[in-house]
Design a protein around this ligand. Structure first.
Ligand SMILES: [Zn+2]
Length: 529
């Protein structure tokens, strides 16, 4: 079926471009696969024969590292991207959109020193206060199961000089898929039931202190704790999610499940384990934060825009390789290819590498606020931000006529790429999740290129294992090809895209008509209180 479609499609394209070719294409069976628009052919060829993805990945993830908002690494990445674009002959600049708490991660050395010595798999959280040259050796105390907040206040002096363990001890370090494969059905069910009960009990334990997991660390700090210790297991072998600290003077540390469990059991059994903690970090005061914007100027309709989009920032437990390094690289590679094979686009092709998506789509929201002239003239925007996989999902985001242009633009892509893309029309407008939502809220036809998950949620998303080795370069190359083709087709389209919104469905729980998401203001000053 697909072959037939290709065949007809190719004939159609050639019939438009060069009628004399039609006969050739029809008689030459072999020619069919290559009988495409030469720009499309060249996109595929450049992406395949001259891929820069590995080099870019190495420079960005191994060399520069993670890109937490307000860190020198984020700034370095902004500068690196501008320099890359310049080297490809593409205009780029860093556009300031706000200020953030400037912080720089230093070393984390965390060891068990009693009753035996072992280096622990642990790291300070983002924004953890520095300890200077100090090293603290201390025992641990487990957050107790108190009756109520009064009882907690009475217990609180016990934290003085100790590291306080605020996470529960996971009953298993094996992911559920591993249990599913090897456990008896009864044993798997029992484990899940016990774990659910334990998880609820732990949430209740925190609640009974009268605080939340966000406010508790500061209370422990005020009461003289040496540090706050947790373990945010990400439900896979060896993965923890590494987010930010709430303490202001004492370190907040994540310890991997295996070591955390050991410390927890040793503490619980009265063995009084002692850990040695030395973390360093630097406060840099408020620093400017940027979006990196690059453009290939349009020749016929320079004031209409095809936009590529991916957030540039990341959390910093790993190197942000798949969140959102892979989206970043896809867009950079697509721009590089377009500049080479399609240097004079009809419409202007823009790319936005956004800052501070992780704290609430801030860079893209700021761009939408600062550039109404661009937003109202966006032909289409393509954002990618859910890992390294092949693009398999494309939703019309509630735009009534998106099915017409998106399916038409997809059509010339090689079938091995196009065939795995499931489209959903009209779809519903995304209210968040990634930066396309900032544009959808403003009524611009912005779309999310949804990737195959490759265990994204548990293994790489915001984890300590979000690193270079998780990238699937074949999939990334396909995505760069698809993105470049969509950008090319959107740029060449004789018509400006429709922004007509579909009538949204009634929510079957509340019975209310769904509303188009409203724009949300960017946080322009972040992390400072
Ligand atoms: Zn992301």
């Amino acid at each position: 079926m697909r072959k037939t479609t290709d065949y007809l499609h190719n004939i159609y394209r050639y019939a438009v471009a060069a009628p004399a070719m039609v006969a050739l294409v029809m008689v030459s069976g072999k020619g069919i696969a290559q009988s495409k628009n030469p720009v499309i052919d060249n996109i595929v060829k450049e992406a395949t024969d001259n891929s820069q993805l590995q080099k870019l990945a190495h420079e960005l993830f191994d060399g520069i590292g993670p890109r937490l908002v307000g860190t020198p690494q984020m700034e370095k990445a902004n500068q690196w991207a501008v320099a890359k674009y310049a080297a490809w002959g593409i205009e780029a600049h860093n556009e300031k959109w706000g200020e953030w708490r400037g912080w720089e991660r230093g070393i984390s050395h965390i060891d068990l020193v009693y009753p035996r010595v072992k280096s622990l798999e642990a790291t300070q959280l983002a924004w953890s206060p520095g300890m200077g040259k100090n090293t603290v050796e201390a025992t641990l105390v487990i957050l107790p199961d108190v009756a109520d907040s009064m009882a907690f206040q009475q217990w609180l002096p016990n934290v003085k000089g100790k590291f306080v363990m605020v996470s529960m001890c996971q009953p298993t370090g094996r992911p559920d898929y591993n249990w599913q494969e090897f456990a008896t059905k009864e044993s798997f069910e029992k484990m899940k039931k016990d774990r659910t009960a334990q998880t609820e009990a732990w949430a209740n334990r925190i609640k009974k202190t009268g605080y939340t997991s966000k406010t508790l660390p500061l209370v422990l700090e005020k009461a003289g704790a040496a540090g706050v210790v947790g373990s945010n297991w990400s439900a896979g072998f060896g993965v923890d999610k590494i987010f930010g600290a709430y303490t202001k003077t004492i370190p907040t540390i994540d310890i991997a499940l295996e070591d955390y469990g050991m410390l927890y059991r040793l503490t619980e059994s009265g063995d009084n384990p002692k850990i040695s903690v030395h973390t360093e970090s630097k406060e840099r005061g408020p620093v400017p934060v940027f979006n990196t914007i690059a453009e290939i100027k349009g020749t016929e309709k320079p004031d209409e825009y095809v936009m590529l989009s991916a957030h540039f920032d990341s959390w910093d437990g790993g190197t942000g390789a798949t969140d959102n390094g892979t989206g970043t690289l896809t867009m950079m590679e697509a721009m590089r290819i377009l500049k080479k094979v399609y240097p004079n686009p009809k419409r202007t092709i823009l790319v936005g590498h956004w800052g501070s998506e992780e704290q609430g789509l801030n860079g893209s929201r700021a761009f939408v606020e600062d550039h109404p002239e661009i937003v109202k003239n966006i032909q289409a925007l393509f954002n990618q931000d859910n890992g390294t996989g092949r693009i398999v999902n494309l939703s019309g985001q509630g735009f009534l006529h998106a099915y017409e242009y998106l399916t038409r633009w997809l059509q010339p892509a090689p079938s091995y790429i196009r065939d795995s893309v499931q489209t959903h029309f009209p779809g519903t407008p995304g209210g968040g999740g990634s930066d396309f939502a900032s544009f959808v809220a403003a009524g611009a036809p912005a779309f999310s290129l949804g990737a195959l998950n490759w265990s994204y949620g548990s293994y790489t998303w915001h984890t300590n294992r979000d690193t270079y080795d998780k990238i699937v370069f074949d999939d990334l190359r396909n995505n760069a090809i698809l993105t470049a083709i969509l950008a090319y087709e959107a740029s060449e389209d004789p018509a400006k895209t429709s922004r007509e919104k579909s009538v949204l469905p009634v929510n079957n729980r509340t019975g209310e008509q769904m509303q188009w998401p409203a724009p949300v203001k960017a946080t322009r000053k972040g992390g400072m209180d």
